[in-house]
Ligand binder design. Structure first.
Ligand code: HEM
Length: 161
């Protein structure tokens, strides 16, 4: 397994130091953060899908949707903590290498932020039994959330090309 921290390297002629273990080249560190985030987001999509399937049965709909929100929050926390706390804003050093242009990364971020806010609106309208708004918003939420999930999987990798 190649070192995912190779992106955050200090390049001196003939030397390519890992920013985590300071080994030259043959670092064994596994790219874990992207795997954790992708797994957590996949879990949230599965919970949301189950909640949607059981949308007519509130005793199932509610807990599945709440678990989906928690899975999303934990994954988002892992992502932000890794990039901004452990790697001081260096996304690539944290193991998230973009496979597309900065424009598409911007689109992904923008849609992700909108879907994130909408997720809380869905929870709020659901818990308040504001059925009219809840139902009106749910298709927009599904489209934005799936777009964010799929682009997140496709737009980032741990391997530098
Ligand atoms: C924590 C999050 C959520 C909670 C607590 C929640 C709660 C509820 C409640 C209480 C209702 C019944 C409303 C009523 O008739 O008074 C409902 C219905 C519904 N919810 Fe949610 N919900 C949540 C998230 C979501 C999400 C994320 C979606 C879509 C992806 C969604 C889709 C729907 C739909 C389509 C209905 C209407 C079901 C029907 O045809 O009667 N909900 N939800």
């Amino acid at each position: 397994m190649s070192c995912f921290l190779r992106r955050g390297t200090t390049t001196i002629p003939e030397v390519n130091l890992c920013s985590s273990c300071f080994k030259n080249g043959a670092c064994e560190t596994v790219p874990v953060t992207l795997i954790i985030v992708n797994t957590g987001m996949t879990a949230s999509v599965v919970f949301f899908a189950l909640g949607y399937i059981f949308r007519k049965r509130l005793k199932l709909h509610r807990p599945f949707m709440i678990m989906g929100i928690f899975a999303n929050l934990l994954s988002a926390l892992a992502l932000l903590f890794s990039v901004y706390v452990l790697y001081l804003g260096d996304r690539e050093a944290a193991g998230f290498i973009a496979t597309v242009s900065p424009f598409w990364i911007f689109v992904h971020r923008f849609v992700a932020s909108t879907a994130f806010l909408l997720m809380f609106v869905m929870a709020w309208t659901g818990l308040r039994h504001d059925r009219k708004r809840h139902v009106r918003l749910h298709l927009i939420f599904i489209v934005l959330y799936l777009f964010t999930y799929i682009t997140g999987l496709l737009f980032f990798t741990t391997e530098a090309s």
